[in-house]
Design a protein around this ligand. Structure first.
Ligand code: ATR
Length: 274
C-alpha cells in the first residue's frame, strides 16, 4: 500500500476498530481503481468524538466511516445530514465536501442489496428481529422496497415504537412460533463472537421461513445460519451486507462504482485469517 505527499485519508472512527474488515476492502478497491487514498482506523472514545470530527476538517480527510458506538452521536457534530440518514437516525459514512462534512447512511443499502441478491423484496413477508440501529436501517430499506414487515424484539415497547414509525405489525420474541414468512432477518447481536453457540430462534421456528439473513458477520456462518440450512432455508450471510455498504460508501467518497463482489471475497478471506 503506497502513501505519498498527495495521499488522501479516509478514517474509520469507532471503538473498538481493531478487528474491522473495512481497511482490507477499501484499500484493495482504492488501489484497484487507481485512487491515491488510504483507509485507516482510529479508535475514538466518546469524549473525543467531537475533536475527531474537527480533525477530519482540520486535516482535510476525504471522509470517514462511523461505527459502533458513534453512529447516532456523530450527527450533531456534522455540517449536514442527508434526509435518509436522518430518517434512519444513524450515520455510518461522512463525506468531506470542501470542508463541509455531510453524513450519510449506507447500511440500509447494504441490507437491501444483500437481500436482493437472493430474492425480491416487494410484497414479500419479512420478519425483522431487533429494534436497534441495524434494525432501523433494515426497516427503512424494506419499507422503501414495499416489503411486508413484521418487527419482533426482546423489549416489546421498542418493537412497537419502530413498527408504529414504519406502519407495520410487531410481536414479542416469545411469539416467533406463530410467524410464517418469506424471510427472517436477525438484526440483533445474538450469535456474534464470542457467543457463537447462541441463536435468536430454534430450528423448528426456522422451518416456517424460506430464507434467513443474519446481519451478524463474525463468525461468517453463525449458529442461526447453520440452523437455517438444516431447516432447509436459503441463507444470506452478514458479510454480504458489509461488502455492499462498503461499496456504497466508496462510491460516495470517490464518485466511482466499487465491485462489491470483490470486496466480499477479500473480507471473507481476511475474516478466515488468510
Ligand atoms: P445495533 O445498533 O447494532 O442494532 P443496538 O442498538 O444495541 O445495536 O440494538 C441491539 C438489538 O439487539 C436490540 O434490538 C436488542 O434487543 P432489546 O431492544 O430488547 O435490548 C437486541 N438484543 C441484544 N442482545 C439480545 C439478546 N440476548 N436477546 C434478544 N435480543 C437481543
Amino acid at each position: 500500500m503506497k502513501s505519498d505527499a498527495k495521499t488522501k485519508i479516509v478514517a474509520l472512527i469507532g471503538s473498538p476498530v481493531e478487528h474491522s474488515l473495512s481497511p482490507v476492502m477499501q484499500n484493495m478497491m482504492f488501489a484497484r481503481l487507481g485512487f491515491n487514498y488510504l483507509y485507516s482506523c482510529f479508535n475514538v472514545k466518546k469524549e473525543e468524538l467531537e475533536n475527531s470530527v474537527k480533525g477530519i476538517r482540520a486535516m482535510d480527510f476525504a471522509g470517514a466511516n462511523i461505527t459502533v458506538p458513534h453512529k447516532i452521536e456523530i450527527m450533531r457534530f456534522l455540517d449536514s445530514v442527508e434526509p435518509v440518514a436522518k430518517k434512519i437516525g444513524a450515520v455510518n459514512t461522512v463525506v468531506n465536501m470542501k470542508g463541509k462534512l455531510r453524513g450519510y447512511n449506507t447500511d440500509f443499502i447494504g441490507i437491501i442489496s444483500a437481500i436482493e441478491e437472493a430474492m425480491e423484496i416487494s410484497n414479500k413477508k419479512i420478519l425483522l428481529i431487533g429494534a436497534g440501529g441495524a434494525a432501523r436501517a433494515a426497516a427503512y430499506g424494506i419499507s422503501q422496497k414495499n416489503g411486508r414487515l413484521i418487527i419482533a424484539n426482546r423489549t416489546l415497547e421498542k418493537a412497537q415504537s419502530l413498527a408504529q414509525e414504519f406502519g407495520c405489525e410487531h410481536i414479542g420474541l416469545d411469539k416467533l412460533d406463530s410467524i410464517k414468512a418469506d424471510l427472517l432477518i436477525n438484526a440483533t447481536s445474538v450469535g456474534m463472537v464470542p457467543d457463537t453457540g447462541k441463536s435468536i430462534t430454534t430450528i423448528k421456528q426456522l422451518r416456517n421461513f424460506s430464507a434467513v439473513f443474519d446481519i451478524v458477520y463474525n463468525p461468517f456462518e453463525t449458529r442461526l445460519l447453520k440452523d437455517a440450512k438444516k431447516a432447509g432455508c436459503r441463507t444470506i450471510p452478514g458479510l454480504k451486507m458489509l461488502a455492499y455498504q462498503a461499496a456504497a460508501s466508496f462510491e460516495l467518497w470517490t464518485g466511482k462504482k466499487a465491485d462489491a463482489g470483490l470486496m466480499f471475497k477479500i473480507a471473507k478471506k481476511s475474516l478466515a485469517g488468510e
